[in-house]
Design a protein. Sequence first.
Length: 283
Amino acid sequence: MRTLVKSATSEIEIRTDGPVVMIGEKINPTGRKRLGLALRERDFDYVLQIASAQVEAGAHVLDVNVSEPGLDDTSLLAETVKVLVDRLQVPLCLDSNNPKALAVALQVAPGKPLVNSVSGEARKLQEILPVVKDRGAAVIGLTMDDSGIPADPEARLTIAGRILEHAARINIPAEDVIIDPLVLTVGADQRAAAVTLKTIELVRRQFGVNINLGASNVSFGLPDRHTINQVFLAMAIAAGASSVITDPEKLAAAVLASDLLAGRDPFGKRYLTNARKRQILPR
């Protein structure tokens, strides 16, 4: 299955048969005090600096989240999008729980953006999916509902089906819904990663849609998070993840190596290009 996301000048294809699309995660003030301050001060030069570094590191799409306590993201998300599209060519993933902020930002985002996200919660389905439909965008569907995040893969599969069903009712095609199986930290639950990996397999088998994953939660609170994140990304990609929201400056090499080993990088072109950029030579 193919999901297209577009900027004004470029197009990215997310495919169930790879290669994996990297969505840069770092335009998000959660845990980033310097970015939160920059957003408060409308210091968009700093935002552009973060965005450009991610694109240079290999991000194909940029996630844009400006949710900072005390700020009105209804106006700020649109302002940030305008700045980014004036300077960068990559498609954007608009990340907000606020339907009004999404609606306003979608009007200034060119091409075909991605929305992050809708869940299986009744109110979210009713509020966000029509916004996605009106704009002709694609959307990430989170496998959680009004009862929270289920502890078993089959329940997450059921929520994925519910999201796809609601989308179909308003004529959002399945190819424009990317399911995120969610991952919790293994520091709190040793089964967390295994549940996510099983969910990926079930969703791919049942619905055949693209799978997105935000991988960094898996290692929260543990030492050597980088190693855990690398290994989990490789396992998730092998299970069927077709896009990942991650830090490309730290994890692009792991994603590209996973594609190479899975046979989804013809002649190793993407891996070798990235290695040359990082000035890593064969021994």
